[in-house]
Design a protein around this ligand. Structure first.
Ligand code: GLU
Length: 456
């Protein structure tokens, strides 16, 4: 068998929709699975919408998801150019071939593609005009996902508009031929175009590629298809919200594909190995934010601490922390303490900020709460000598000393915890307290306790 060549052929619109990302991903997976080539072709014939920025959003999104392409913008290749806006001479050549075969005619300034078959004329009541129809043989599409689909094209169609712009159907097919595309994997919304495309492939004596139309992605609730306005629809949003790209990619794999054993979290190598058309569903997929967030949290939990640090540093920096002054071992200890508690990197800074700055806000509700029981000043005064006398705040030693004091004052050890936590973090929740104090050490903890005492 000849080498598989698939392509992702987006029209840049200024955002990277999860549906497009899924099309790109399935093509990429199929290329990797078969050892074929993945081509990125930019269908930028709409000059108004196709700006530099729109292209950048797309390319950044592809790179963020780790979807590298073998041929296309920035990497080149033997079948270029990879922008439709630069391929006019190729379209001219193919138009000539169709003209030579007598398959093109001009009507109302536009160039039409002539279907073969028996023509007859009918009166169109709506347009008040005679229309020519063709009694054409049905096009049979052996779709790799949907099975056999039959559709008859009845009307000739425009391939070059009166302003000289070639139409999507024509350039899309010409490029697939010229670029040697063997498999066209795209959204089900294109199924209705495919019979036109097959007619064009045949008219150009080209081998018809294998088509695989992948199911729609429905929004979280209700019947509609996921639109760009729906939360979670845009890939760039996930990047801004510090999602783990591997988790997002893993999740998108499951939108319309499953490995048949209900497994969800899988390394990409496993998915590549198992990905094929028989695992692609015919039925629509539904976007599920809860599942995506859970997967994301799992990926975070499984990161090596040093990798988590690579994600944490830019987050700290963008929140105004001078990361040059952070000592690596300290950062790693903080992250180790918090890793299992963090559900999303989006909330990481809120969870760990006080480890890296001495001024922080005191949670109002938490402050009220510590004033409800025993006077927090009394509590702090009881334990200050411990924190003053110890040099290294080991968890076990802290626990032993605090327990002794608690017993002497006829309290439970936990009685001290809320006020200590509030004093040292400004929060009423966080990682386990004693390990947290141990990581922070005397340099941070003691001054915070002292100034909190004054504040009280
Ligand atoms: N430019 C088309 C789109 O964005 C490509 C369709 C196809 O993959 O053939 O939907």
């Amino acid at each position: 068998m000849s080498e598989v060549r698939v392509r992702f052929a987006p029209s840049p619109t200024g955002f990277f929709h999860i549906g497009s990302a899924r099309t790109a991903l399935f093509n990429w997976l199929y290329a990797k699975h078969t050892g074929g080539k993945f081509v990125l072709r930019i269908e930028d014939t709409d000059k108004e919408r196709n700006t530099e920025e729109a292209l950048k959003v797309l390319i950044d999104g592809m790179r963020w998801l780790g979807l590298d392409w073998d041929e296309g913008p920035e990497v080149g290749g033997d079948y270029g150019p990879y922008f439709q806006s630069e391929r006019q001479s190729i379209y001219d050549d193919y138009l000539l071939i169709l003209k030579d075969k007598g398959r093109v005619y001009k009507k109302d300034g536009a160039l039409w593609f002539r279907l073969e078959g028996e023509r007859y004329t009918e009166y169109d009541e709506f347009h008040k005009a005679e229309v020519e129809k063709v009694k054409n043989a049905p096009v049979i599409i052996e779709d790799a996902v949907r099975g056999r689909v039959e559709r008859t094209e009845e009307r000739d169609f425009v391939i070059v508009r009166s302003n000289g712009e070639p139409v999507f159907h024509f350039v899309n097919v010409v490029d697939d031929i010229a670029m040697g595309i063997t498999h066209v994997i795209r959204g089900e919304d294109h199924l209705s175009n495919t019979s036109k495309h097959v007619e064009l492939f045949k008219a150009l004596d080209a081998k018809v590629p294998v088509f695989g139309h992948i199911p729609l992605i429905l929004k979280q609730t209700g019947p509609g298809k996921m639109s760009k306005r729906d939360k979670g629809a845009l890939i760039e949003e996930y990047e801004q919200r510090s999602f783990m790209p591997d988790a997002v990619r893993n999740y998108i794999c499951l939108l319309g594909w499953n490995p048949k054993d209900d497994q969800e979290k899988m390394p990409i190598e496993t998915i590549i190995e198992r990905f094929d058309f028989d695992g692609v569903n015919k039925g629509n997929a539904r976007f599920d934010e809860t599942k995506l967030s859970a997967l994301n949290a799992e990926y975070i939990r499984e990161l090596a601490i040093s990798d988590l640090a690579q994600y944490a540093l830019p987050i700290l920096e963008s929140n105004g922390i001078d990361i040059a002054s952070i000592e690596q071992p300290y950062l790693l200890k903080v992250l180790e303490l918090c890793q299992t508690k963090i559900k999303a990197l989006e909330t990481l800074f809120g969870y760990i900020h006080y480890f890296f700055q001495d001024t922080y806000e005191f949670d109002a509700k938490g402050m009220q709460r510590i004033h409800k029981g025993v006077d927090p000043k009394v509590l702090l005064n009881e334990i200050m000598p411990i924190f003053e006398s110890m040099e290294v705040y080991s968890k076990d030693e802290l626990e032993a000393k605090l327990t002794t004091i608690a017993e002497a004052n006829e309290r439970k050890l936990f009685a001290y915890f809320p006020v200590i936590r509030m004093a040292t973090s400004g929060l009423s929740g966080g990682p386990d307290l004693l390990p947290m104090l141990s990581v922070m050490g005397k340099v941070r903890v003691l001054p915070r306790l002292q100034s909190f005492l004054e504040k009280l």
